[in-house]
Ligand binder design. Structure first.
Ligand SMILES: [Zn+2]
Length: 455
């Protein structure tokens, strides 16, 4: 602890001219956690391997929202990150940032199991394990301490590169023990997570299934890396939890966000092109979907659409099915069908951004420059959604609207922690902005840049 405090003091003095130098103590309050988390995200975002998939992000947010009120998390915002890695991993960073690799869908076969993973991660946040880990640092190794201090230092000194190798939680944790949660915290997250899972209307047994997957992965890793004498932590955690689950009653099942058919479809989309050599064909049921997606990637849109239309109705008529249908019909020129599919998702999920983003792509395909009316509202309310700005950039490029392209790039740079680049794009946007057009978008970007600069 002493060593860490010293380092934080040092950072404080380096940044004495800044009003709000970050230190570990900033994790002491919920507000501080959010500031810390957002700063961390900006410094790391471009290297996380994010999957800019509006449907995945919206769904992930919906899942988090369902779980969130089972925890004492107050008004903490949730940032959902769909990540490309094929590793079985998810992580939570302070300030409500939760990331999940698409690799989890090789093993997780139901929404309940995904919710179990997320409940575990939210439990880490609710129990403030990041902060408590720092406070009880004498129990942690000096390596972990140094790593944590390094994260703080890297953020405070804006050394994005350094922060990148010090990812908190998940990703790097297994390999490098960077902020490896103590076993005690893992058990606590399992315990509190399973109660939340039940409270949200999902069977507690799903948590046990997830721990079983973890245990299998660990024994696999132990076999692969025989020189490592890892403890079968997953197995220990599972037996602890099974005793608890046996005593839990479960009667208030809630309808999942996705039906079983829908989840399978979503899972197939997420596992596209993943190397499944270590798996004994867990996604064979996905082969027809993977074929469709392969045709799509090879720009054989008609073939892809024919294959899609030949799928059973129960599979096609899912939200994930509609997501594929939208992409295929936009590309193959069946615009009315695309519009209908978009409207269906919008009807069922009015808060989702995916329909608006799909409307942008439909507009581009139609060749008629007309931004969906609600898009500006989303940009004001959800400027942290990178997929919105990427959609605006596509639109701006398609219709040669430089002012919008600079605006979109300004936000993109800002969300990726490139403050100077963001300022440059803002000034370009200002120069290109039509005089008769509302200036508010420029003001919003300027305000966000100022906020980031003051950290
Ligand atoms: Zn954990």
């Amino acid at each position: 602890m002493r060593k860490l405090l010293f380092l934080c003091l040092l950072i404080g003095s380096i940044n004495a001219e800044r009003s709000q130098a970050l230190s570990a103590d900033d994790l002491a309050t919920r507000e501080g956690e959010i500031v810390f988390g957002q700063a961390w995200l900006k410094s790391t975002r471009s290297r996380l391997g994010e999957r800019i998939d509006p449907f995945c992000i919206d769904l992930f947010e919906t899942w988090l929202t369902r779980l969130k009120n089972q925890f004492d998390l107050g008004t903490m915002p949730m940032t959902a990150l769909c990540l490309n890695s094929q590793e079985f991993n998810a992580f939570a960073a302070p300030g409500g940032i939760v990331g999940m690799n698409r690799g989890v869908y090789l093993d997780l076969k139901s929404e309940s199991e995904v919710m179990a993973v997320l409940a575990h991660e939210l439990a880490h946040l609710a129990q403030r394990h990041h902060y408590r880990g720092l406070r009880n640092s004498e129990r942690l190794s000096t390596g972990t301490l140094a790593t944590l201090a390094g994260v703080v230092a890297a953020i405070a000194t804006r050394q994005g590169q350094a922060a990148q190798s010090l990812i908190m939680g998940g990703q790097a944790a297994n390999a490098t023990s960077a902020l490896a949660y103590s076993r005690e915290y893992e058990r606590e997250a399992d315990r509190i997570g399973v109660t939340a899972l039940q409270g949200a209307g999902y069977p507690p047994a799903a948590m046990s299934r997830v721990l079983q997957v973890l245990a299998e992965k660990q024994s696999q890793a132990t076999r692969d890396l025989a020189f490592l004498s890892t403890h079968p932590l997953g197995i220990e955690r599972q037996s602890d939890l099974d005793a608890r689950i046996a005593q839990m009653s479960f009667s208030d099942a809630r309808t999942p966000v996705l039906s079983a058919h829908d989840f399978t479809m979503f899972r197939c989309i997420q596992t596209e092109n993943l190397q499944i050599s270590v798996h004994t064909n867990p996604t064979t049921d996905c082969q027809p979907i993977h074929r469709i997606l392969e045709h799509y990637r090879n720009e054989k849109f008609q073939e892809a659409l024919s294959l899609f239309d030949a799928l059973p109705k129960t599979v096609r008529n899912t939200f994930s099915g509609l997501d594929i249908e939208i992409a295929l019909t936009i590309q193959s020129g069946d615009f009315d069908r695309a519009a209908e599919a978009i409207d269906t998702i919008a009807l069922f999920f009015p808060s989702w951004l995916q329909p608006s983003i799909a409307r942008v792509d439909l507009t581009i395909a139609r060749g008629v420059p007309e931004l969906p009316r609600e898009l500006r509202d989303h940009m004001v309310q959800r400027p942290e959604r990178l997929d919105l700005w990427r959609a605006l950039a596509r639109y701006a490029q398609a219709f040669k609207k430089d002012h919008l392209l600079f605006e979109a790039r300004g936000w993109d740079a800002l969300l990726n922690g490139k403050l100077e680049a963001s300022k440059t794009q803002l000034s370009r946007a200002r120069d290109a902005w039509p005089k008769t057009l509302n200036q508010r978008p420029l003001q919003l970007l300027e305000k966000a840049i100022k906020q980031t600069a003051s950290l």
